[in-house]
Design a protein around this ligand. Structure first.
Ligand SMILES: C[S@@+](CC[C@H](N)C(=O)[O-])C[C@H]1O[C@@H](n2cnc3c(N)ncnc32)[C@H](O)[C@@H]1O
Length: 223
């Protein structure tokens, strides 16, 4: 059976152009209505000088931050997405997989006031990556994670495990993506194991929706 961790990044190599089109045509309603603004406000609320966007994709958040005078740096594991992010903005964007970052094999800079991961932590073994990110934070820095809300994404099966996103309803040719579902306590345990303490939690929600669109976690290195 293929390893879901490698199938996951492979799916992004396959889906990169369709993803760029989906983001740049504004075709993901939850992003337009709720989650883009939620992460942007959470970043701005901490008034960071220097931000790392981990798993930056085609770079929309990098552009939103540089437009506001923030020194933003991106990193992503897919070359097409990295190229698109570089071409559309001014932020430096590194090409590195989460696995390479976990082993500190690529230098992506350090002393970040904020490291954010917007729907970008999709693999199972996130603790080594989060531990590596912890060491790149400046004093007083924090980690910001926006992810699918575990209670709405659970679909009646509230336990950690691999799931599959088929991108049904998205336009274009998509390869299914394995992603690792984790419960709320599993997220908190992973942060703890990586040396972080939870500093804040939000459940961004549209006023006309009965369920939250995402979970937003703010974590700070434990002293
Ligand atoms: C759902 S997209 C989110 C992109 C961006 N953060 C945004 O908000 O549009 C997930 C991103 O994670 C990246 N990614 C997934 N697995 C990765 C891995 N193992 N190493 C590096 N990047 C990875 C993908 O290339 C993709 O850009």
């Amino acid at each position: 059976m293929p390893d879901p961790e490698s199938t996951l990044l492979d799916s992004w190599h396959h889906n990169a152009q369709a993803w760029i089109d989906a983001i740049r045509t504004g075709s993901i309603e939850s992003r337009l209505k709720v989650t883009d603004q939620a992460i942007l406000l959470a970043v701005l609320g901490r008034q960071p000088e220097r931000v790392l966007d981990l798993g930056c994709g085609e770079g929309w958040l990098l552009r939103a931050l540089t437009e506001r005078g923030i020194d933003a740096v991106g990193v992503d594991g897919d070359a097409t997405l990295v190229q698109a992010a570089r071409a559309a903005g001014t932020a430096p964007v590194h090409l590195a997989s989460h696995e390479q970052l976990a082993e500190a094999k690529v230098d992506i800079g350090r002393d970040y006031n904020l490291i954010c991961a917007n729907f970008a932590l999709l693999h199972q073994d996130i603790i080594p990556l989060l531990t590596a990110m912890n060491s790149l934070l400046a004093p007083g820095g924090a980690l910001l994670i926006q992810t699918l809300h575990p209670w709405t994404a659970a679909a009646g099966d509230y336990q950690d495990g691999w799931r599959e996103e088929t991108f049904a309803g998205f336009r274009g040719q998509w390869q299914p993506m394995p992603w690792y579902f984790r419960t709320l306590s599993s997220w908190l345990n992973a942060l703890d194991m990586a040396g972080f303490a939870l500093a804040g939690l939000q459940e961004p929600q549209h006023p006309q929706s009965p369920v939250p669109q995402s979970l937003l976690l703010v974590a700070e290195p434990r002293l």
